[in-house]
Every structure is written in C-alpha cells, then in structure tokens.
Ligand binder design. Sequence first.
Ligand code: FAD
Ligand code: DLZ
Ligand code: SF4
Length: 521
Amino acid sequence: MTGGALRLVLGDQLSEGLAGLRDLDPARDTVLMAEVEAECTYVRHHKQKIVLVLSAMRHFAGALAVLGIPVRYVRLDDPENSGSLGGEVARAVRDLRPGRVVVTHPGEWRVLEEVRGWEAGLGVPVELREDDRFLCAIGEFRAWADGRDGARMEDFYRVMRRTHGVLMEADGTPAGGAWNYDRDNRAPFRRLPPVPQRPAFAPDAVTRAVMAEVETRFGGHFGTLEGFGWPVTRAGAVRALERFVAERMPGFGKHQDQMASGEPFLFHALVSTSLNLGLLLPWEVVAAAEAAWRAGHVPLAAAEGFVRQVLGWREYVRGVYWARMPGYAATNALGAERALPGFWWTGETAMNCVRHVVRQVRDHAYAHHIQRLMVTGNLALLAGFAPGPVNAWYMTVFADAYEWVELPNVQGMALHADGGVMGSKPYAASGAYIDRMSDYCRGCAYDVRDLAGEAACPFNALYWDFVARHRARFEGNARMAPVIRNLDRMPPARLAAVRARAAAVLAAMEAGEEAVPALRG
Ligand code: FAD
Ligand code: DLZ
Ligand code: SF4
C-alpha cells in the first residue's frame, strides 16, 4: 500500500459510515484493526465486555473484507502483537509504509492524548477526523453550553428536539403539547402481563472462540460469561432494536423507573452496547421510536421517554465529557474519600437491593438506569465513597462502559462530585425511594421503615447523615430546602442516634463486616 492511507478503526468504531472510512480507496488504503492487551486491561473490564468488543471487531472486519476493503486485523494471539494501539499503528506503518494515518476521534480522553503523540513518532501525518456518529458535535455542544449559567439537560434536549425535528408538530410545538411526559412514567410494575423476553443472541463460532480466549487470558476479570447474549453484528443489533420497539417499548415509559427482583431488563431497550460500539446509530434509534408512536404502536409518553434518553441524555453527557475533560475526572466537590467495600465486587451484603444489582452485573454486565443511579450510585453518594474507585467499578462491570458516557453519569449524576454541573441537586434518597420503586425491601434482612435501630435500612441513616454532613453546601439550594427543613425539625437526640447508626454502618462496611445474615430472621 506504499503511499496510501492507513485507516485505524478502534473497537468502538464499528460503523461502515465511520468518518475515517470515507473516501477510502481499496486499491491504495488499508484498514487497521488491532486487538490489544492494553485496551483489555486499562480497566479490568467485565469478561462479557471484552468478548463483546473483540467478537464485534472480528465480525466487522469480516464485513469490511466482504466489501473488498483490505483489512490488516491483528489478533490478541498474534506473536508479534505489541500489546498497545500505538505499537500496532507503528508496526503497520513500518510494514505498509502508508503516506498518512487516518484516525477517527476516539471516545476517551486517554486515547485521544495517545493519538496526539503519534505523528511525532511515526514520521507520517496523522489526520484526526471528527466522530460524527452523534447528533451533537463536540463544538456545537461547547457553543451551546459556553457562558450559559446552568447548562442543564432539559434545555439542551429541547434545542435538540427542535434542531432535529423530533416529536415536533408542524407549528414548532412539541408533539402532544408538552416536552416531557415523566409524570405518566411512574406506574408500579405488577408483573402482569409478564415482561417479554429480551432477544438473546446465542454465541456463534466467532464469539465462542473469543470466549475461550478471554477465559484463558482474562479469567480473573469480574463477571461470568455463561449468559452472554449481546448482539455482536449490525444485523443482530438491528434485530434487537426491532424486537424492543415491537415488544417492550409499549411498557418502556410507564415502568422506566421501576426495579423488580428477577427482572434484570424489564422494558429497557438494551441498545447501549450496540450504540456505543457503532453497530446502531442514534438517529435510527430515535427515528424508530418516533415511527412507532406515529404508527399508533406505542403511547407518546413511551416514545418521548425513550427519545429523551438517546437524543437528550446520551448526547448531553458526551458534550459535558469533552467540554470538561481532563479536569472533570479529578473533581470531588463533596470531598468523598472512603474506600469501596468488598461487597461491591462480591455482592455479599445483607442489603438486598445492592446484592441484587451486584449479582445482576456479574451475570449480565448490565443494570438499568435506576439500578445504577439509585441503588449503587446512591449508596456511593451517601456513604462518601471516593470517586476514583467508584468510577473504576462502573467502568469495569458494565458491557456498555466507555469513559465519555460513564464518567459524567457517575461523577456528575450519581456522585455530585462535579459540584452541580450535571444536576442542580444530588440524587440522594433514603430506603423509602427504593421501597417505592422496587420489591427489594420485602426480601431484605433490614427494615426499610426503621431509621436508627440495629436492623434499620442502612440507606436511611446514611441519607440523613449525608444531608447533615453537607448542610452548609446545600442550605442555599432551593431544591434542597424541604430536605434541610426536615433535617432541622429532627430532635437533636434523634439526629444524634441516626448519625451514630450511620457511623456504625460505615465502620462495619469498612471492616468488611456488613454482611449480617437475616437480621430480622
Ligand atoms: P434504556 O433505558 O432502554 O435507554 C435507552 C438508551 O438511552 C440507552 O441505550 C442509552 O444509549 C441512552 N441513555 C439513557 N440514559 C442515559 C444516560 N444517562 N447517559 C447516556 N445515555 C443514556 N450508559 C452507557 O451507555 N454506558 C455507561 O457506562 C453508563 N454508565 C452509567 C452510570 C450511571 C451511574 C448511570 C446513572 C447511568 C449510566 N449510563 C451509562 C446510562 C444508562 O444507565 C444506560 O445507558 C442504560 O442503562 C443502558 O441500558 P438500555 O440500553 O437498556 O437503556
Ligand atoms: C474496550 C476495548 C477493548 C476491550 N479492546 C479493544 C481492542 O483490543 N482494540 C481496540 O481497538 N479497542 C478496544 N476497545 C475499545 C477501546 O478501548 C476504545 O476505542 C477506547 O476506549 C476509546 O473509546
Ligand atoms: Fe435496600 Fe434498605 Fe430496602 Fe434493604 S431495606 S432492600 S437495604 S433499601
């Protein structure tokens, strides 16, 4: 290929329309894809995530080859594999002598920094192209957010709805007359009719080969592979989206915030893994939701609730990430310093909600939004676990985790470590919230109605301890005013007992002694 372009495609850039693949000349250019140890271990990803990425990479390379595109595909077991992306680009440049290297903007700051250093070492130009598989470009988000006091998601979402003409009436008003139908999305989940099964994609020969390799090389990583059922091809991802729209989307809005024992997926779409790999593109997902509503197949509240996640939240968190990095990763506005207890990895805790979520992520590399935010996220916030290890946990356990989307959700939404960039008030809640939104408390050793007793739900005391600890920071916050008023109404002796209970809970967690079996018998 001497003189042509070497086009790097990263593991989460598996889209045929990728910017870096445009204007490709199959007679002169070569696509480089490389399975490398460094990307599999910079966090000790869940085994399902490594299988997902590597299997999807192998399938995508096969699809490019069918199109007649030359692909240099480096496998993990290649004896000459250097182990890093930079090493593989350098090796390919040495072997193929391209005239330039084309890279599509990577999804993580860490990799972008690495790419920026390549040109100096390689001796050929490195062209960095914008990743336009998003509905809002990084620069567009910056321009919108700059100088705006409180650049909140809800305002951004409205701009996105207008700009892209999604769920809009001809006169420029939102479909149905409102921007947001969250009020209609709070129905309890009563298990009847039952939740339609998620489509599970049985591992094919390619995936099975990757599974064996991952067990050999990364057997000590978190998680199990038994239930692996993620789509690893574009065709599979499209089928999964179609099944979601046809079968589960009608219940999506209504039960969006619910959690239920034994129902890891409920009515959620399970499309984040495919979207984040590039097997699905956000506009087709948004269009599918709108079309389902216009065809009368799903209520507006379901379509709007879903569109808000993809057109709103997903684009918004990416904007925040690139506008605020690298400083964003180091924020710790609430001074949280506690170590993460061992049960975050083992699930061995008497807290039924936490046990449920940890076991679910072990088995499926998946938890839905409210489980991530209001169970593990909430516990980390209330207990004051240090952001670093909490982020590492979220990056590790989820099949859809990439820093551009994980970090703002954890640092901003769950931990309030960014001091209020993502949300004007922290998502802090006592056990009563979890009780209202799930059936976890019914099967728990702790008593969700008790505040300070020996068997009291740990979330309760931790919640009031959190509010008391940060009273000064939040007392001027109008949205926190009712909570502060309730704190101030608590008799001092009662508050002292609650805070003593919180201290005991935290000390037990720190000592690894929290897993008290069946406190209530
Ligand atoms: P659904 O509930 O069906 O939603 C549809 C789609 O909307 C998702 O696939 C996703 O693409 C998008 N979406 C919804 N909420 C968000 C959000 N807050 N941010 C970005 N996109 C959103 N999502 C990831 O993709 N990767 C992560 O690493 C990740 N970490 C998270 C950590 C925390 C603490 C929280 C609160 C949320 C996190 N999310 C993350 C967002 C959200 O939980 C997942 O996108 C969602 O659970 C994926 O499952 P689903 O496809 O079934 O989503
Ligand atoms: C997540 C991941 C993994 C596990 N392995 C690879 C790999 O071997 N080769 C590769 O090109 N990409 C991999 N990825 C995805 C990258 O980590 C991802 O491109 C960066 O984190 C930027 O988002
Ligand atoms: Fe979780 Fe508390 Fe409910 Fe137990 S009682 S499931 S710890 S919220």
